[in-house]
Design a binder for this molecule. Structure first.
Ligand SMILES: C[S@@+](CC[C@H](N)C(=O)[O-])C[C@H]1O[C@@H](n2cnc3c(N)ncnc32)[C@H](O)[C@@H]1O
Length: 296
């Protein structure tokens, strides 16, 4: 009896009409807001995880995210269908605004050395946005992953040759040693498409002045690049001798050397950041190096 009643209900012309009405409403909304993305608070990590990244105010999450979304549009030339690789994607802070820049025809891949960050991204971000993929690489870093088994200088990016329009790294080379950075430049050149770009942030020693007052959070001793490391002389410096990858800084000439050896070139002069307190103009927090792969 009940089964018969249900079968009749689903055959009802009223129900049909109602379903058609809802379908029209949905497609009208989809036309009006084709790439509308919700706030998605579950993509914002819990505070304990943010703390691993040194983020202790929610504003810092959004500020950095928006800063990088602008930098990637202006210097990385991304479009809605770009294929993008992020080196050291952390907790997805920059992937967060890329949700509303990339369409479903665009693609984002990120790799990261802290397992708990990638676990968070896989269970939240990737579930909601399958075209955003995250990989854990168990790479050793004295600050972020002291138990890591792979040396960054030997790491092979797990992607095919010539497949990305843009590779970027936001405050990652600022935690890496030169041999590892040289390898990452080689790998970047390999995975970039011809004409593809790379946007990397650095603390450039060219802008560092010992004793110069620095603004904002950069006024701390953690940004005093006063220690040499290995045989790099004044081309490379660290802030904390007991933990070399806690904070690192490079001379542009060393970066140019990695660039040339990797077969890339500087797309323009480096863009100064505010961090050093020594440049009259600045755009972002850190200095930016923008690279390009030749067309063939
Ligand atoms: C300051 S955090 C920035 C995270 C993220 N890029 C962002 O902007 O929110 C630096 C990140 O680089 C990662 N990292 C450090 N060394 C790395 C390496 N050799 N390869 C990839 N990621 C690395 C760290 O685990 C950390 O998540």
């Amino acid at each position: 009896m009940i089964a018969q009643w249900k079968a009749n209900l689903f055959k009802s012309p009223w129900l049909n009409l109602l379903q058609r009405y809802y379908k029209t409403q949905q497609s009208e909304q989809a036309e009006k807001f084709p790439d509308w993305v919700a706030y998605e608070p579950n993509l914002i990590p819990p505070l304990e995880l943010m703390d691993l990244e040194g983020i202790n105010t929610l504003e810092e999450w959004f500020r950095w995210a928006e800063e990088w979304s602008m930098l990637l549009r202006v210097y990385g030339c991304i479009t809605r269908t770009s294929r993008i690789l992020e080196i050291g994607c952390g907790l997805g802070r920059i992937a967060f605004p890329l949700r509303y820049i990339l369409s479903s025809q665009g693609d984002y891949d990120g790799f990261e050395i802290c397992q708990e960050k990638v676990a968070f991204l896989e269970r939240t971000f990737h579930q909601a946005h399958p075209n955003f993929r995250f990989i854990w690489a168990n790479i050793h870093n004295t600050f972020y992953n002291p138990a890591g088994q792979i040396q960054a200088k030997d790491y092979h990016f797990p992607y095919q040759d010539n497949c990305f329009d843009l590779v970027y790294a936001a405050s990652v080379f600022t935690h890496m040693l030169p041999e590892a950075a040289a390898n990452y430049f080689q790998e970047t050149a390999r995975v970039l498409k011809p004409n593809g770009r790379a946007v990397f942030s650095f603390f450039l020693l060219d802008n560092y002045r010992r004793g110069q007052p620095r603004p904002l959070g950069f006024a701390r001793t953690g940004f005093n690049f006063d220690h040499t490391y290995g045989s790099y002389g004044d081309e490379f410096a660290i802030a904390e001798p007991n933990n070399p990858e806690q904070m690192t800084a490079y001379k542009l000439s060393l970066i140019e050397d990695f660039t040339t050896k990797a077969g890339l070139h500087l797309a323009q002069l480096p863009v100064p950041g505010i961090w050093s307190g020594s440049t009259p103009t600045w755009v972002a927090a850190q200095d930016l190096v923008i690279l390009q792969k030749p067309s063939s």
